[in-house]
Design a protein around this ligand. Structure first.
Ligand code: ADP
Ligand code: MG
Length: 729
């Protein structure tokens, strides 16, 4: 395999940037050209059909079969006009990847070829569900599942290898109605949030009839030369390096962040942006990230359902385009030990049909009270369900990142910034428990009116907080770079929906008892401020003091996935999911099981790759070098040289032998631990065993291998080294 490494290095040294032909100098000329957009719909659909789709998008209206037939016809016309020959229901099963099964428009009619796309084919399909994770739902109940059209996310054309396919975003559910994907629960959560938020908005503004949760996703990623991957099966198979000594020059000079973008990478970015624009993904920023060979892109925010679909699509497109440029994309949270990992910051807010951002302070006391209402309710929701929020971002790969002094810890906390912390502290003091005097009320209103409209102060930003307020939105920074954001967003929107509904009930209760509306609102908000104080933290989230302080406050700090996932099926969460209408108990339990199974599989695969690489790649290289050393010693001895001329070789020989023996015995013990874990029946027990017993061998084995890397002749070392992997030529 050392051949593969050196061949790759040669290839890399002559790589040239691939220049990209932009379709036009103006993005607006081709933006959304592969999307069945409102504009395309107006051109290809009858008035009635167009209205039916818009009604489904805006009000969740049903589309009947006859209408679906008309829509399918228009969609096919549009897609064939663009060169699409096939169509697919595009969905997000719990594997974490997107899924598609293509069918041709082509049909035979009495032996004659025609193109056809029926309303039925648009609305519903039956992919073979049995190979997708379902957490036991299928075994006990109904074996089949179906995909159903989600009209709120527009159809698009995917272009690959010269072929074009019409993709129809769909949800994936079992025949008995249980959700088997990421999208269906997200849509339910967004619907619940819309309703709860509109109800609360009525206190302030009767014109609000719809509230959309918005999301802007910052995507971090690494690029690595595709040729080098041939010599790194660990990176190719698991997405991260399981071995590798840290390079002499890592990120310590801090010269990569916002540095000039290497030309080969810029070619990739231009190509990616062009494809993304055609697909209606509104990419806005691109830059180098902190670690060498790490980058980031971020789109303009959109409605959450669309933002998540676009991010899934983007990850897929990134992977394909990277290949075109001789790269491989690493979306894993921690491809390299000792070097920063990647996250996916979820910028979240709430927007109304009247064009107001509910998390943006206004210019009047009234609009500021509305802002404070949503702001404080969000804080209270996060406080109340911090464990569930933590569970929503748990995965084997994100475990490497959380709390690793480069990403937020596994402790959930909220950063508000100095100004707003003070506003909340003042509110707490000035709202009295008793009935307030008119003077007190006037004073309070005056103070609320003083909240500045623009809070975007860049000096007051805390990058160590998992959940930070950034002026007009919250930034959930703990989400992993490879994750489907639906998990986190379903939970966030569910807890806020539930919180807003509870708030409404309390305020209405006080109003019924004769308290004036504003005073009732303020009283309830004040109580929330007091109750949820422990979740607020303005200091350094990466510090050890915070870990201690959080413990003192009684905040959870669950650092690994299997126990973190417990929060999905706690009594409190099951009740929440059921009340808001997201998951039945059975669905939540099934999901919990799937996540544990995924965890087990990920660790199992890593353990196998570690065993294989250590025994079949590393040890042979070490043995070869041992022989060279031994032969050298023999030769020196027989030439009559004194012992001090080969004492260094002897020393090295001993050291290498020590590491070889240690690696072999740890790999054997790891295999035994795996066998014991595999025997466990209960999936949680098994996941815990993989986490505590099997994974425990990863670091010791790695440590020995990394020492060998420092001892053995570079020419014999089979795997590309860190310095080679993170350098982009
Ligand atoms: P930074 O790196 O400073 O956190 P970026 O500019 O990279 O910021 O990303 C900020 C993200 O937040 C963008 O995707 C942006 O569109 C998004 N955003 C801005 N306003 C809102 C909002 N009201 N709701 C959701 N996302 C928003
Ligand atoms: Mg950010």
């Amino acid at each position: 395999m050392s051949h593969a490494r050196f061949r790759a290095l040669e290839l890399m040294s002559v790589r040239q940037p691939i220049s990209v032909n932009l379709p036009s100098g103006k993005v607006s000329d081709y933006y959304g050209q592969h999307v069945f957009s409102q504009d395309a719909m107006q051109r290809f659909l009858s008035k009635d059909a167009y209205r039916a789709v818009m009604d489904a998008i805006n009000h969740g209206g049903m589309i009947d079969r006859k209408m679906a037939g008309q829509i399918a016809l228009g969609m096919k016309e549009w897609a064939s006009g663009k060169g699409a020959t096939h169509y697919t229901h595009w969905f997000q099963p719990l594997t974490g990847l997107t899924a598609e099964k293509h069918d041709s428009f082509f049909e035979l009619n009495d032996g004659r070829a025609i193109e056809l796309f029926s309303g039925n084919a648009l609305v519903q399909q039956e992919p073979d569900a049995s190979s997708f994770p379902s957490g036991g739902i299928r075994n006990t109940f109904e074996a089949r599942g179906y995909t159903a059209w989600d009209p709120s996310s527009p159809a698009f054309i995917m272009e690959r290898a010269g072929g074009k396919t019409l993709c129809i975003p769909t949800v994936f559910v079992s025949y008995t109605g249980e959700t088997l994907d990421y999208k269906a629960p997200l849509l339910k959560a967004l619907h619940a949030l819309d309703k709860a938020a509109v109800d609360v908005c009525q206190y302030f503004d009767k014109d609000v009839t719809k509230v959309m949760a918005t999301l802007g996703i910052e995507q971090e990623y690494f690029l690595v030369d595709a040729a080098l991957l041939q010599s790194r099966p660990d990176l190719a198979i698991t997405g991260r390096t399981l071995f590798g000594h840290s390079p002499a020059k890592g990120q310590q000079l801090e010269d990569h962040y916002f540095g000039s973008i290497p030309e080969r990478v810029l070619g990739f970015m231009l190509d990616l942006e062009t494809e993304a624009y055609k697909l209606g993904i509104p990419l806005k920023t691109r830059h180098n990230e902190v670690a060498p060979s790490q980058f980031e892109c971020a789109p303009i925010f959109e409605d959450i359902n669309l933002a998540v679909d676009h991010n899934c699509l983007l990850m897929d497109v990134m992977d394909k385009i990277a290949r075109r440029h001789g790269f491989h994309i690493l979306l894993h949270e921690k491809p390299y030990a000792g070097i920063n990992g990647s996250g996916k910051h979820n910028n979240w807010s709430l927007g109304t049909n009247t064009g107001k951002n509910l998390l943006s302070p206004g210019s009047t006391p009234k609009s500021n009270l509305m802002f404070l209402t949503f702001f404080i309710n969000t804080i209270r929701a996060v406080f109340e369900h911090a464990d569930l929020l933590r569970a929503s971002i748990a995965s084997a790969s994100n475990d490497h990142r959380l709390g690793a002094n480069e990403a937020p810890p596994a402790i959930m906390s909220i950063f508000l910034g100095g100004q707003l912390s003070k506003v909340l502290d003042d509110l707490e003091k000035s709202v009295s428990e008793k009935k307030m005097t008119p003077d007190e009320k006037t004073e309070l209103k005056l103070n609320i009116g003083k909240i500045p409209e623009i809070l975007l102060d860049n000096t007051d930003r805390n990058r160590t907080s998992p959940f930070a307020f950034t002026g007009n939105k919250f930034e959930f920074r703990a989400v992993g770079s490879s994750a489907n954001c639906s998990n986190a967003m379903t939970v966030l929107n569910t807890i806020v929906a539930s919180q807003l509904a509870a708030f409404k009930k309390e305020v209405d209760g006080l109003i019924e008892k004769g308290t004036k509306k504003d005073e009732a609102i303020l009283k309830v908000l004040r109580r929330y401020i007091v109750e949820s104080k422990n979740i607020r933290f303005e200091g350094n989230g990466y510090s050890d003091e915070w870990v201690k302080e959080a413990k003192r406050r009684g905040l959870s700090n669950v650092t690994t996935t299997p126990p973190a996932l417990d929060a999905y099926i706690s009594k409190k969460s099951l009740k929440l999911f059921e009340e808001v209408g997201i998951f039945s108990h059975r669905e939540a339990e099934a999901r919990h099981e799937i996540m544990l199974e995924t965890y087990i599989k990920k660790i199992q695969i890593e353990a196998r790759v570690i065993g294989d690489l250590a025994i079949n790649h590393i040890l042979p290289a070490a043995v070869k070098y041992q022989t060279i050393l031994a032969e050298n010693i023999t030769a020196l001895k027989s030439a009559g040289m004194k012992a001090d001329t080969y004492s260094m070789q002897l020393e090295q020989l001993k050291e290498i032998s020590g590491y070889i023996a240690s690696i072999k015995s740890n790999v054997d013990a790891m295999v035994e631990a795996r066998k014991r874990a595999n025997k466990l029946e209960n999936v949680r027990d098994k996941a815990i065993a993989y986490c505590d017993k099997v994974k425990a061998y990863f670091d010791p084995i790695r440590d020995d291998v990394d020492h060998l890397e420092m001892l053995i002749d570079d020419a014999l070392w089979p795997m590309a080294k860190y310095r080679e992997l993170v350098t982009i030529r």
